[in-house]
Design a protein around this ligand. Structure first.
Ligand code: DAH
Length: 340
């Protein structure tokens, strides 16, 4: 009776091992057949009741069944382990002969690029690069630039006023005042930086943009000096000879004041949609420093005079790279930035 039972245990165990789908199923068979409370252990317990003459043969059979089941279990287990390893290898497969993915370098913002170029150019002509605060006093942003309270010129620049009575500078011109106070004459300085206007934003207006201020104070400075430096600047920026003209322009801090135009870079002066058929592009305002501004800066206008200019860096970057919408410059859009 017991031998038949053993044969039955063996065949059903082997069948279960064959049918097992994974390691857990195999383990379950091991527990059920070989475990301390398993089927073979139950048989062992009954051995005592078997007549001694049959015991040895039964013991042999028990061992054979045990070994057979253990052998198949081990073989299947190995099979599953190999399969798991293969799956992992497949998942982690790496083709080391493929070319490495390229490293994507960052790049400087177009305004930073232009600013650095212009700084290098002016440094080579003996100018100092100055920095001023974006939060500025009313005195340096307006009064010391010959724009007294209630002067209509204050309305030309819509101002963000701060609760403490200061303001966000509406132009880089207050750094002229700081330059005169700090360095005194003779003076050659430029001041690039961020400026703010309380304006509604559209394709050509931003509340935040960049300017580059320039100032030279020396003896007997004339419009010829101004023109020379501006032409050098423009050749440096556009890498070619540029034709310029001066038109009268009004700014309280210069007298005379000018608008400097350049012959249209697209049509060369013949007239096209970019220059609105005029042949000229308005580039930067400039002029000879007003005596009052020198006085506010602690410089005697009887001894010294100078020129100043205010370059719209943002506008210049738009012209140089043909950027149609000013909002792109501060958008942080990588599709835009990666072009530079
Ligand atoms: N600060 C002026 C503005 O933002 C620009 C300007 C005009 C600056 C004439 C100058 C200058 O230095 O001479 O509108």
């Amino acid at each position: 009776m017991l031998p038949a039972k053993l044969e039955e245990i063996e065949s059903s165990a082997l069948a279960a091992i064959e049918a097992a789908a994974g390691e857990e199923a195999i383990e379950q068979v091991r527990v059920e057949v070989l475990g301390r409370k398993g089927a073979l252990a139950a048989i062992s317990k009954e051995m005592g009741k078997v007549p001694p003459a049959e015991r040895a043969a039964l013991g042999k059979l028990l061992n054979r069944v045990k070994e057979a089941v253990e052998g198949r279990l081990a073989a299947r287990q190995e099979e599953f382990a190999a399969r798991a390893l293969q799956a992992r290898l497949d998942a982690e497969w790496l083709d080391l002969t493929l070319p490495a993915p390229g490293v994507r370098m960052g790049s400087l913002h177009p305004i930073t690029q232009i600013q650095t170029e212009i700084e290098d150019l002016f440094i080579s002509m003996g100018f100092t690069v100055l920095d001023g605060p974006e939060c500025e006093t009313e005195y340096r942003n307006f009064d010391a630039l010959n724009i007294p309270p209630h002067h209509p010129a204050r309305d030309m620049q819509d101002t963000f006023w701060l609760a403490n009575g200061h303001l966000l500078r509406t132009h880089t011109s207050p750094v002229q005042v700081r330059g005169m106070e700090k360095l005194g004459p003779p003076l050659r300085m430029i001041a690039p930086g961020r400026v703010f206007r309380n304006e509604s934003v559209d394709a050509s207006h931003e509340h935040t943009f960049y300017q580059l201020e320039g100032m030279m104070v020396d003896r007997d400075v004339s419009v010829a000096h101004l023109l020379y430096f501006m032409k050098t600047l423009l050749t440096g920026i556009f890498h070619r000879e540029v034709t310029v003209r001066l038109r009268p322009g009004y700014f309280p801090f210069v007298e005379p004041g000018f608008e400097l135009d350049i012959a249209c870079l697209i049509c060369g002066g013949g007239g096209c949609p970019v220059c609105k058929q005029s042949g000229w592009l308005e580039l930067l305002p400039c002029g000879l420093v007003h005596p009052n501004v020198l006085r506010f800066g602690g410089i005697d206008p009887e001894d010294w005079n100078g020129f100043a200019f205010g370059l719209g860096l943002t506008r210049l970057a738009m012209m140089k790279y043909a950027i149609a919408d000013i909002r792109l410059l501060q958008s942080g859009d990588l599709r835009f930035l990666r072009q530079f």
